[in-house]
Design a binder for this molecule. Structure first.
Ligand code: HEM
Length: 184
């Protein structure tokens, strides 16, 4: 349960980090000409929502472990669960579905982020932090791919999993993305 609390806390911090970029973008919109490229900005909003949806997995994973280990068993009566085994199997299926969504949404965030970056056509000095953040996203996706694909040797998969699931890379990526957008 402690792991779940830590994950929820981290998620909250990440969301708080991601939220100011919305208002900053909004303020800039007011200042800039109205015919500013709305397409690029809409894609930016979409990429951000996709990124938030991707990192929901951070909270889901420990919640899933807790539900499997103790949650279902201790709350079965309260939640009207009659067959604990069936409930755990259903949860396992839901977990697989969550991972599939994570993969699709994470890949989409990286692709949409790339199109958004190209469409925004910012000068290099302004956008370098944002592009570095996008490279972080790309790295997360490639590492995720290495975990999923069959061909890499076990040692490569193990390193990729360690890098993909540790928090530092994700936090640096988000800091770069936020910094890149606050500068605009
Ligand atoms: C680009 C955005 C992405 C971000 C920010 C991201 C972030 C994360 C994080 C933080 C975790 C760890 C969750 C936890 O254990 O608490 C995770 C797990 C995972 N991600 Fe991603 N991910 C992204 C994209 C992808 C993609 C594109 C794939 C696959 C192609 C992928 C595959 C996986 C897998 C398989 C796990 C579970 C690893 C395990 O439990 O051993 N991710 N991801």
């Amino acid at each position: 349960m402690n792991k779940l609390k830590n994950s929820l806390l981290l998620l909250l911090v990440l969301f708080i980090f991601l939220t100011p970029s919305v208002s900053a973008d909004g303020d800039d919109e007011d200042k800039d000409d109205d015919d500013d490229d709305g397409f690029g900005e809409d894609l930016g909003e979409l990429a951000k929502s996709l990124l938030i949806a991707t990192i929901v997995l951070i909270a889901w994973k420990p919640l899933h472990v807790w539900l499997q280990k103790t949650g279902i068993k201790t709350n079965a009566q309260r939640w009207g669960i009659t067959d604990i085994k069936v409930a755990k199997k259903k949860l396992l299926r839901f977990n697989k579905w969550m991972l599939r969504i994570h993969i699709i949404v994470g890949t989409a965030a990286t692709i949409v982020g790339l199109i958004h970056g190209i469409a925004s056509q910012m000068p290099d000095w302004e956008s370098s932090a944002a592009w570095a953040g996008w490279l972080g996203l790309l790295a997360m996706s490639v590492l995720g791919g290495l975990i999923m694909w069959k061909w890499p040797p076990k040692a490569v998969k193990k390193r990729a999993r360690a890098l993909h699931t540790q928090r530092a890379l994700l936090i640096i990526t988000i800091i770069l993305l936020v910094a890149g957008h606050e500068l605009m």
